[in-house]
Design a protein. Structure first.
Length: 290
């Protein structure tokens, strides 16, 4: 059964027996190191759970603090992490804890909350609640990983219902201007190919015979010496990847082993890898000797 803490059940009372989870905890900010991370606790017992752990710098406990007031204190075993906690004004009791952003600090805080009775869950649950529909939720989720401003702008637009607005426009046009409606459908299908590339980007593979400057080309695009460049043919065996963007569009560029007949077993593995990469690429840049 899906558990939504804080939602009244059919009888109007808070779920207790059918739903034992009285507080959920998740990290709101994306994975990876940052100066600050935000941890959210929500559910009927969220304020109690957080307040029991929060060691305020001042006198008042967290559950005695007015909503929206930021409080400095500590959470976590031993010294714990120095955090800012705030009770939010929300339909479901909710507390947000801003802790240090390193993986260990976040883990310290979440583990403490788990031990106090909160159930750890995926950020997706919060995203789903915040968004108006599934597509907006996915866009909001992807927004956390947007590699460029352009992709962030598109994903933000989607998170705010761009697709839904297009569908409304489409349904209005179907009766009155069917030709225009068809054009909208075609445009949406065309843009779908772009949408699925956000945020991972497009895959570009550099391939071709050995010793033609593929590695040097990759390094030029990267702006730093990523691949080994050497006069000896067959130097590149592994797949060498960089992430960059062109005009705001994210691209993953993959340099691969030069394609030739060889007795070298390791080089042959590299050539097989190159062929696999070419099959799944959006674009293969074949480098040839003129
Ligand atoms: N003259 C000249 N030499 C190049 C150029 N690009 C690469 N090379 C040289 O060609 C050799 C092979 O280059 P590399 O990038 O390793 O080729 P790959 O085997 O295709 O990856 C190296 O000695 C490079 O210095 C270029 O544009 N001009
Ligand atoms: Mg090479």
């Amino acid at each position: 059964m899906t558990c939504h803490p804080g939602e009244p059940d059919d009888t109007g009372s808070r779920r207790t027996e059918s739903c034992p989870v009285r507080a959920f905890v998740t990290r709101l900010t994306p994975e990876g190191r940052g100066a600050i991370a935000v941890v959210r606790i929500w559910g009927p017992d969220a304020v109690d759970v957080a307040s029991a752990l929060f060691r305020p710098q001042g006198q008042l406990r967290l559950d005695q603090t007015a909503p929206s007031r930021l409080r400095l204190g500590r959470i976590g075993e031993a010294l714990g992490d120095e955090v800012v906690a705030v009770v939010l004004e929300a339909a479901v009791p909710t507390v947000e804890v801003q802790c240090h952003g390193g993986a260990a600090a976040v883990e310290l805080v979440i583990t403490a909350l788990e031990k106090a009775g909160a159930q750890r869950c995926d950020r997706w649950r919060v995203t789903e609640q915040a968004a108006s529909d599934r597509l907006s939720a996915e866009a909001l989720n992807d927004l956390a990983h947007a590699p460029t401003i352009l992709t962030a702008e598109i994903l933000l637009d989607q998170a705010q219902g761009a697709f839904r607005r297009e569908l409304v426009r489409l349904t209005e046009a179907i009766d009155q201007q069917p030709v225009q409606a068809l054009a909208v459908v075609e445009e949406l299908i065309r843009r779908a190919a772009v949408g699925v590339r956000l945020p991972p980007g497009w895959g570009v593979v550099i391939a071709g015979p050995p010793n033609l400057g593929k590695g040097r080309f990759l390094n030029g695009l990267a702006g730093f010496p990523r691949a080994i460049v050497d006069p000896a043919p067959g130097t590149t065996r592994d797949v060498v990847t960089i992430r960059t963007s062109f005009g705001g569009w994210p691209v993953e560029i993959v340099d691969t082993a030069g394609l030739r007949r060889t007795e070298d077993a390791i080089e042959n593995l590299g050539i097989a890898m190159s062929q696999r990469e070419q099959e799944r690429a959006d674009l293969v840049l074949l480098v040839l000797d003129r």
